[in-house]
Every structure is written in C-alpha cells, then in structure tokens.
Design a protein around this ligand. Structure first.
Ligand code: F6R
Length: 676
C-alpha cells in the first residue's frame, strides 16, 4: 500500500531533510512497497532546477537506493526546507522508476520527455505558449477518471511520462497554479512570522484540481517558490503533525498517510477530512485547513497514544487483526472504477480482445489454498452469469494431468502473490496448450501477471499476516467482476442487470463491516471452542467453499484439526466421527439449500454434536436449532461468501489468540510458496 510523507520546517534540514524524508518513509515499510521517491524544493536555486527529485524501483531496497542517490545531489539540497516522499505499491502501471512518485509536471519533466525545466513552451489550448510553475506531487488512492483527464491534458500539449493514474494530478496542478498565481511562475511566499490565515495559490490550485478527480486520493504537493506543502484528501487518509512551538513559528509541520511516520516527531496530530485541503507552512510553523472551495474549516485534532509497533499495526494487536478489518476498504478499492467506463466495465490489463473472449467455450481455474477456495466460489458466478462451464483445479494437480486445452479454453491463474510456483507452472502448461490465460492477482507486475494475456487485480493492498483474509474476499469480488464482464460480452446480461449487480457489489463493504462489528460475540464462542482438538465444518452450495476456507484458517493459525465437508456428503462416511460434544461449524444462511442444510444439522445434532452456525440476522428459526449463532447480515447468494466467511475468519483468529498462537506467523508456513 502506498505511503506519503511530507515535511516542511523553519530552519531547513541542515542537509538532513532528504534523509529525514527517507527515514520517515522507512517507518511505512511494513505496508509493503515496490518503489520510492522524494522531491524537495531547492531555495534560491536557479530556475533550471528548482525541484530536486530522486526515485528508485528496486522493491524493498528502494529506500536504501534513494539514500545512495543523495550522495550526488545538488548543493542546494542542504538548505531545502520543504519536501515530499512516497513509497508506492503499484496499482496502475508496473513497479518501475518511471512510475514511482513524486510525479512532476511538464515544467520539470526530464529533457526529451516534456518541456525543459522552468521554460515556457508548452502550447496552451489556444496554441499560445504557456509557462508552467514547477510542481511535484505524491498521491495515494485511485484516480478513476485519469484516462479522460490524461486525454484532455494531452490535447493541451502536456506530455505524460508514466503509466500511472497519479501523474495527471501534477499536470492539472501546474495548469491550475499557472492560472491561480496570476501568471506568476514563482509567487511570493506567505508571511513568515505567523501561520497563514488564508491559502496560498498552491493550495487553492490543489483544491481546484481535487474537485476534478473522481475516486480516492491523499495528495501532497510542492511547487517551486513556495516554502509550503499543499495536501488534499478524499477516502485515502492523511494526518498532519506539528512539532515544537508551532504557534510561535519555530516548529516543523508534516503530514503522512499513516501515523507511524509521525511518531517521535510530531507533538500534536490532526486529521484531514474528506474533500478538504490544507496548507502546511514550515516557515510560519503552522497550517490551515479549508474545503476544496477554499472555505476555512476547523482542524480536527486526534490523540495518538500508540507506540511505534502499535502504530504499524494501526492499533491492532497483530497484522491479521488489522487485515481482517481492512476488508471493507479492500473490497471498495477492488471495485473502484470498474463500472460506468466508456466500455461499460473495466478490468485492468485485458490484452485479450472482446472477440477472443467471445470465442471461449470453457474456463479452467488453477489456484492453491485460499485462492483455490475463492475460485470455488467463483465457479458459481462464472457458470451462472457468464454461462460458461468452469473447472476449478488445485494448481499442483492441474499441471501434472493432461487437461483438454484448446485455443478456445480460458485458463485463470489465481494467486494473491502472483509467485506461487504451482500456479505459475499451471499457467505455463496452459500456454503450451495454446489456451488464453488470465491472471487474478494482488501484486502488480508479479510473475503470473507477466505470463498472462490479461490481468484482473484485486486491490487489497499488501497482506502481511500469513493467513489470507482480505485477499480471499477480494478474490470473490474479482470473480463476480469477471463473470459479469464475460456475461456482458456474451450478451447474457442486460445493462440494467449489470447496473443492479454493480449496486449489490457496491453494498458489499457495508455488509462485511456489519459482520465485523459482531466480533465480540464471535470472540465469546471462540473462547468456548479453544480447548477442542477436532472440528467439522459443513456447508452447501456457496457455503461449502466458505466452510473450506473457515476450516483452513482454523488449521493454519490455531492448529486445530478442522475438516470441511459438503453437508450432504457427511452421511456417506464422516458422520461416523460425530459423537456427543463434537463441534460442528455450519454455514446456515438462507440460501436455496437452507432446508437441506437444516436436515444435515439435525443429523449431527441428533448424534450429540454442538453446532455453531453462521446465521442471518433476524433468522430466529435457524438460531433456535443450533447451539451458538454467529450472525451476518443477509446478502445476495453469489456474493454471500465474502460476508459469510467473516465470522469464520474471526472464529479462527480468536481461537488462535485464546490458545496463545502467533496468528501472523503460524508455524511451518510461508506467505509465498515458491517451492513445489
Ligand atoms: C491460506 C493461505 C494460502 C494461500 C496459498 C496460495 O491462508 O494464505 O493457502 O492462499 O498459498 O497463495 P497465492 O494466492 O499467493 O498463490
């Protein structure tokens, strides 16, 4: 997940501001990143280089690489007082130096890519030359309308040099700033002795740019000639910190996407709310907050009592707890920008043409572990909406048999990491069989995405705990998107149906949040189960892969023997193991097969099992049949897995914690399995 740091201080860093930015970025490393960069305003430097930028894209070594760049930095850097930094987790465009933030506008783009630094010369809309002030920006979030904005900018003569959605912000900002600062390239800085009462042209311009952006953003921007930093926010967090006697104008003012970057430096913290802009003024030692229209707002102060370790985990005891609770946001991010595009729906890098996809007559899915279980959920969506037969295969089995692949087969390789060797080999086999290949992955430019003809990304952000949680639920969502996409192409869903389904998907994060809100109830049940040795999980239809996933979580993090069965299959053998007191976890939400499920629950109850069931809120009938109910809000059948899995994730999590297990690093397991 991307991280932002911005610092402006009165006295300059004594050469240390660039290093301070890198050091603060390193506190966000736990979020995962693939590239990093910083930009500093050089004061008193000549106009040919008023902004210094350094970037590196060598995965987790990028910050070290940035430090090396500083050895050859220009002399003016030592006096710099204002700068921004970013660690990038790729969402649009591969991880590369070119795509790393900060992004610059035309005025500061390298020669050959766009206008020369500080020179006038880009054609304005009417063909007149226009001078742009030098700007640099960092951005977290997704600019959904970036294609449209990039087209508009290119028509005005801007040259964009990256594959990112974020770069449009820099070009829009230089346009706005040129207008806002009444054609002055380097406006005078605000009064130095007290916090600025009003916004400078930089912040006004950023507010105007932000109003044009659809999607989510936390942005920090600097411009040549301004000893200030402008920030703006919608849906992506950004926190302001001040240190020293800020009111008296002696302190440092900073902003960061995450609190860990501020700990130890900021004495007081303030949050920026959605659709607000702020200007941080190190010279004056303060900041002002306003709406995007420039209307002043009161800053909202927050109390931070976390130490560094707590802050890295967002106040949760462990990463798994944090990631469980990130699921609503992860689902929203995975859905963002998919609908209402010029083509109707947008996947990420679909290099297969619509005609090629229309030719598909069968889908194979190869995946492992939780990705395999999410794919079992996806099978129903693919068959129901897209009307295509789908065979879901464990990747390590698929690659050693002789699947009947043709040029009309579509093979999906589903892997959150994109590096699981069994899944990669399955994809290789698919390529040899001349099948079309689509990757579903959480990691941009991972091996699987490079091997595939098309990619659909889950945008869950980095998952640090070994057990998959938010990547499972976002994979379920990704399958729905894919099934809808194929259904549209095959003429099986009318636009109104797509709109209705899009509405159901958009409502999913709220349902997942409601399920998470019942954590305390799940914890109590978990404490009762913590001393069991064996558990059975049962489900039918979409409830069966949910049962499989719930049992896998229980095995891997709580080390309990947990076996999942299709509920109707139990009587064909495994029911022999049920005896008084055996714990059976049942997915008993009101699907098509609810009545059958109730019969299966009766079968185990009559043999003395203690039944813990996932039950829909308000369903007193089911609750009265079972011993313990884990409530979830009702949800649409083909999407329900993302909601119904939540109490089972929480159950495993709290059983593991009650048993004193390390939930983030379970024994014998690795996050990415690169061996066969
Ligand atoms: C379970 C888990 C694993 C992974 C499996 C596949 O919680 O995390 O079962 O799902 O190793 O990993 P990816 O999806 O990275 O291919």
């Amino acid at each position: 997940m991307c991280g932002i740091v911005a610092i402006t201080s009165k006295g300059g860093g004594g050469g240390g501001l660039a290093l301070a930015l890198v050091e603060r970025l390193s506190r966000l490393e736990y979020r995962g990143y693939d590239s990093a960069g910083i930009a500093l305003v050089l004061e008193g430097a000549n106009a040919s280089q008023s902004i210094y930028r350094a970037r590196a894209a060598v995965a987790s070594r990028s910050l070290d690489e940035l430090k090396k760049h500083l050895d050859s930095a220009p002399a003016g850097l030592a006096a710099a007082t204002t700068g921004i930094g970013h660690t990038r987790w790729a969402t649009h465009g591969r991880p590369s130096e070119q795509n790393a933030h900060p992004h610059l506008g035309c005025a500061t783009a390298p020669p050959g890519q766009a206008g020369q630094a500080g020179q006038a010369g880009k054609a304005g809309e009417a063909g007149a030359p226009r001078a742009y002030p030098e700007v640099a920006i960092v951005h977290n979030g997704i600019v959904e309308n970036w294609r449209e904005l990039a087209g508009e900018l290119e028509r005005k003569g801007h040259e964009l040099s990256s594959e990112t959605d974020s770069e449009v912000v820099a070009h829009l900002l230089e346009e706005e700033l040129a207008l806002t600062s009444s054609s002055s390239v380097a406006p005078a800085p605000p009064a130095p002795s007290s916090p600025p009462a009003t916004l400078s042209p930089l912040a006004v311009a950023l507010g105007r740019v932000a109003q044009r952006l659809a999607g989510s953003y936390a942005i920090a921007a600097v411009a040549a000639g301004f000893p200030t930093i402008a920030i703006a926010r919608r849906l992506s967090p950004i926190v302001i910190g001040i240190s020293g006697d800020a009111g008296g104008g002696t302190g440092t003012v900073m902003a960061a996407s995450d609190i860990p970057a501020l700990i130890g430096m900021a004495d007081r913290c303030f949050v920026l709310e959605d659709d607000e802009v702020a200007e941080l003024n190190g010279t004056a030692g303060g900041f002002v907050v306003a709406g995007l229209d420039g209307e002043p707002r009161d800053p909202v102060e927050i109390t931070v009592r976390w130490d560094m370790e707590q802050a890295r985990k967002g106040g949760y005891a462990d990463f798994m707890g944090k990631e469980l609770h990130e699921q609503p946001q992860a689902i929203s991010d995975t859905l963002r920008g998919r609908f209402n595009t010029p083509e109707g729906m947008a996947l990420d890098e679909m290099r297969l043409s619509e005609d090629e996809l229309r030719e598909v007559d069968k889908i194979f899915v190869a995946a492992c572990g939780s990705s395999y279980y999410a794919s079992l959920v996806g099978k129903s969506a693919l068959e129901h909406w897209a009307g295509l037969p789908a065979e879901i295969e464990i990747a390590s089995e698929f690659r050693y048999r002789d699947p009947i692949l043709t040029g009309r087969s579509l093979v999906l390789g589903v892997s959150q990491s994109g590096e699981t060797v069994d899944t990669l080999q399955a994809v290789r086999l698919a390529r040899q069989g001349h099948a079309k290949v689509l990757a579903v992955s959480n990691v941009v430019d991972s091996s699987i995405t490079r091997m595939a003809d098309g990619v659909l990304y889950t945008r869950a952000g980095p998952e640090i705990a070994v057990a998959a949680t938010k990547t499972f639920s976002t994979q379920v969502v990704a399958f729905s998107l894919l099934a809808m996409y194929l259904a549209r192409l095959r003429g099986l869903l009318y636009p109104e149906e797509v709109t209705r389904l899009a509405g159901d998907l958009t409502g999913l994060p709220a349902l997942v949040r409601a399920a998470l809100d019942r954590e305390d109830e799940v914890r109590k049940v978990a404490e009762e189960l913590a001393e069991r040795r064996d558990l059975f999980y049962i489900g039918r239809g979409a409830g069966y892969p949910v049962a499989l996933e719930g049992a896998l979580k229980m095995k891997e993090i709580a080390y309990l023997r947990a076996e999942a069965y299709p509920a109707g299959e139990l009587k064909h053998g495994a029911i022999a193991l049920i005896e008084p007191g055996t714990a059976v976890v049942a997915v008993a939400t009101r699907g098509r097969l609810w009545e059958k499920m109730m019969s299966n629950i009766s079968e185990v109850k009559s043999r003395g099992a203690t039944v813990v069931a996932v039950v829909e809120e308000g369903d007193a009938e089911t609750a009265s049949y079972v011993d313990r109910s884990l409530y979830v809000p009702p949800s649409r059948p083909l999407l329900s897995a993302a909601v119904d899995v939540v109490p089972l994730q929480l159950l495993a999590y709290h059983v593991a914690r009650a048993r004193g297990c390390d939930v983030d690093r379970p024994r014998n397991l690795a996050k990415t399995v690169t061996v066969e």
